[in-house]
Ligand binder design. Structure first.
Ligand code: C2E
Ligand code: CA
Ligand code: CA
Length: 795
């Protein structure tokens, strides 16, 4: 408004009625008091818009005239800001008032600065409640003092907690504080949750809220009750016993099944600790059970499975398997445990039985191969770690198969049982004696010290003791039986050798022992491995040789000397015409052929070749009278179709059966005697003859001998060799000759090398010979020459 227009206009004309009245009042006051007065007013501008102004007025007197001097300043902007602030404060209050929790703001001393509506209302409603720190609390009251005023013990404790909690948050030593607490009145049960959070604005220190959580609590309680009900249902109806231990390690609860399982009614065990009942735990299990419980709690394990024997009220023990669940509080202290106990007596009994079956030999009760392997793995590991020497002994009875056949199964088993006992007596407590099966045993000597020479000596001593102990007669049913064994042994120390390899070593050592004879101990020697390699190569070679028929027969003359000599026949002896090694003698390969079964094909070839030769000789007058002796191995003879094979061969070649003589050895005579005699009789009926080879070295009983349809005994060359030097051998040779005469059998001596030997044999009544004195084995051509020459001589 232009200045000119303003002059002379009443200021109140720019104001609304209430402001005009206040302006009027202000003017009067200024005039009356003479001091400065001020007020804030709304005035309208000429364009109609309103402005907030602050007006300062003072009276002044000059020239006797009193005037009022006024200063007006535009405060619209400030007023605007204030209005906005007012609005937001109101909004905030409205929000706080609408929150269903009680909210209060405290200053740094704990004095309540402001509360919301809910707080205010709660304080009014509950002002009469005892010990109620949320009541009687209005702005200006110190909330901490209220807390201190709590009356009864329980609320005092709680109040102290709250006080400390608030102080911590105020002082900044805790980020916040929370508490859930009951607030029960005679008519109502309520629960509250309290939270104290920092504010730190001006003197506003913390905000305290109390929220009614009664509903949530009730729901939780209902859920708890329901789950408790379910738990009872489960606990009462499972066959497993349930035991709950409290923080004090005493039993808080036992399920009815527990009473049924172990026989103790609830009253006898409730509130007792496991330690108090320790005499119910089997003495052997006590230490390990308590040990594992203590360890589990120390390392804060949550679960533990343990099985132990527990005494039933009736006195017997029950194997129980407990699965324990531990509980800990926030500080990590044991706060309880829940145990589910199960009766596993039957299962353990079954497991023990299975273990026994799986790991022990039924006959002797000794560990079997499985358990032996297991233990050896352990002792090898110990040896690798500590350097202690050990030894593995492989014990195999000599000729046990034959013994079992002649004495019967039961006696054989009784002997094996005694062998087991004798072995046990020869070893220390920590050593293992195992039975692999049949007549094979193993002994592990595991603590022989760290000096390997001393250890080997000790092992040899134990092995010798074993041999000595086993060679003592076995007394069974008033009869004593003799038996010996061979031992293959090996040592171990530190080497990382597998059980398997160690077994191979003793096996090899055993093989070498058996080759030497009976009652022999052999230690493994790495050179033996070489033998094995050679043997494997030989097997391969021999297989090819059999397929390619790389063999020839040599013929060693058999002569009858009474007056001048006369060739009666020959023994066919096989040689291997090896493409590289030349002529290989049978001693080098027959054993391998027998072990591999190749002897069957080889024997077949020998028989066929011999028969064909017999036929060829038959067609030649100077040779037609000759017999041919063919060696038959035990494996060949044992074939069920052996008889048919020989018969077909004889028929196919056209050989005269009367001129064919089969040489059997005593080793062939073990087994079913009726069967052997049957086979021999069929062949015999066709005219084929039999000679018993190597006679005197085996075990043939006279009873057997007389049953066999033999034609001839062949005195073994070992006796013949020594007849002039060893009186025993001379006696044996003479006995054999007498025996042959008494059984009405022929007798021939093999290996006759000197004329003295021949003369001795002749004196004793043996007139048939075979040996270098007459001829070495000869090729077919040389043999023909020899026969003709001798034939010419004798005629
Ligand atoms: P054997 O059946 O006892 O044969 C006799 C062995 O004694 C032959 O050895 C022969 O050469 C040898 N010999 C003969 N006279 C004398 C002598 O005066 N002094 C000495 N020191 N030795 C003499 P060879 O030919 O090396 O045969 C060894 C063994 O091989 C035979 O012993 C026999 O058991 C086996 N064998 C040979 N050929 C066959 C065969 O075709 N089949 C089977 N299954 N075994 C055979
Ligand atoms: Ca022979
Ligand atoms: Ca012989």
């Amino acid at each position: 408004m232009p200045r000119a227009d303003l002059i002379g206009k009443p200021l109140s004309g720019f104001m609304g009625p209430p402001d005009a009245d206040r302006f009027d009042l202000l003017c009067r006051q200024v005039l009356a008091r003479g001091s400065t007065q001020s007020c804030e007013l709304h005035i309208r501008k000429s364009n109609g818009s309103a402005v907030w102004i602050k007006l300062h007025a003072i009276s002044a007197t000059g020239d006797g005239e009193t005037v009022i001097r006024m200063v007006l300043s535009d405060i619209s902007e400030r007023k605007q800001a204030e209005a906005t602030l007012m609005a937001s404060t109101r909004l905030r209050d409205a929000i706080l008032d609408s929150v269903p929790s009680q909210i209060a703001v405290l200053d740094y001393n704990g004095v309540i600065l402001a509360v919301n509506d809910v707080w205010r209302k709660f304080a009014l409603d509950n002002s009469t409640m005892p010990g109620e720190y949320a009541s009687n609390t209005q702005s200006g009251v110190n909330y901490l003092d209220v807390c201190q005023a709590a009356k009864d013990d329980d609320s005092q404790k709680e109040a102290r907690l709250v006080r400390e909690g608030i102080l911590h948050v105020i002082n900044g030593t805790a980020p916040s504080f929370h508490l859930e607490y009951p607030c029960h009145s005679p008519t109502q049960q309520r629960w509250f949750s309290m939270a104290v959070t920092p504010l730190h604005v001006d003197n506003h220190a913390v905000v305290v809220t109390h929220t009614d959580i009664t509903q949530r609590r009730q729901m939780e309680q209902a859920a708890e009750e329901a789950s408790e009900k379910k738990f009872r249902l489960v606990a009462d109806n499972t066959s497993d016993g349930i035991v709950i231990f409290g923080m004090d390690k005493r039993i808080q609860y036992v399920s009815p099944a527990c009473a049924k399982l172990f026989g103790y009614p609830e009253a006898e065990v409730i509130h007792r600790s496991l330690a108090m009942m320790s005499d119910l735990i089997h003495p052997e299990d006590r230490e390990s059970l308590f040990g594992s419980l203590v360890r589990a709690v120390e390392s804060k394990d949550l679960d533990l499975m343990c099985s132990y024997r527990y005494k039933h009220r009736l006195g017997h023990y029950i194997w129980r398997e407990d699965s324990v669940r531990f509980q800990y509080d926030d500080a990590g202290n044991f706060s309880g445990a829940c145990v589910v106990a199960r009766d596993v007596t039957q299962r353990i009994a079954a497991a023990e039985e299975i273990h026994k079956l799986a790991y022990f030999d039924e006959l002797t009760g000794l560990p079997n191969r499985g358990l032996l392997t297991n233990r050896m793995q352990k002792v090898l590991a110990v040896s690798a770690r500590t350097g202690t020497c050990g030894s593995l002994l492989f014990i195999d009875m000599d000729d046990f198969k034959r013994l079992k056949h002649t004495l019967g199964f039961d006696i054989g088993n009784l002997i094996l049982k005694q062998v087991a006992q004798r072995l046990m007596r020869c070893v220390d407590e920590g050593d293992t004696v195992a039975r692999l099966g049949g007549d094979e045993f193993m002994v592990v000597l595991s603590s022989l010290g760290s000096d390997n020479v001393e250890a080997a000596k000790k092992a040899a001593t134990v092995a010798s003791e074993i041999l000595c102990s086993l060679s003592r007669p076995f007394e069974l049913e008033n009869q004593s039986h003799h038996c010996t064994a061979c031992i293959g042994a090996t040592m171990y120390q530190r080497q990382s050798i597998s059980v398997d390899d160690l077994m191979k070593q003793v096996d090899l050592a055993m093989h070498h022992a058996k080759v030497v004879g009976q009652n022999v101990l052999r230690f493994y020697d790495p050179a033996m491995e070489l033998g094995v390699k050679q043997r494997i190569a030989m097997e391969k070679d021999l297989r090819q040789a059999v397929a390619a028929k790389q063999f020839v027969l040599h013929y060693q003359p058999q002569v009858q000397v009474q007056g001048t000599g006369r060739v009666t026949g020959a023994e066919a002896l096989v040689r291997w015409g090896h493409p590289v090694r030349g002529m290989v003698p049978p001693g080098d390969f027959i054993a391998v052929a027998e072990d591999t079964g190749l002897i069957l094909a080889l024997g077949d070839w020998v028989l066929e070749t011999a028969c064909a030769q017999l036929k060829a000789w038959g067609d030649e007058p100077s040779m037609a009278h000759l017999t041919l002796a063919v060696n038959v191995s035990a494996l060949q003879f044992a074939q069920t179709d052996f008889v048919e094979q020989v018969m077909t061969m004889v028929q196919r070649t056209g050989a005269t059966p009367l001129r064919l003589k089969l040489e059997l050895t005593e080793s062939l005579l073990v087994g079913n005697v009726d069967d052997i005699v049957g086979k021999m009789n069929v062949l015999k009926a066709s005219g084929i003859g039999f000679s018993l080879d190597d006679f005197g070295t085996g075990f043939s009983s006279l009873a057997h001998l007389s049953r066999l349809p033999l034609d001839q005994l062949k005195i073994d060359r070992s006796f013949v060799n020594d007849v002039m030097t060893n009186p025993d051998d001379a006696a044996i040779a003479r006995t054999i000759i007498a025996l042959a005469h008494s059984l009405n059998l022929g007798v021939i001596a093999e290996g006759v090398e000197t004329d003295e030997q021949r003369a001795f044999l002749a004196d004793s009544g043996c007139h048939a010979y075979q040996g270098y004195l007459f001829s070495r084995p000869l090729s077919l051509e040389d043999f023909a020459v020899y026969v003709r020459k001798l034939g010419a001589l004798s005629t």
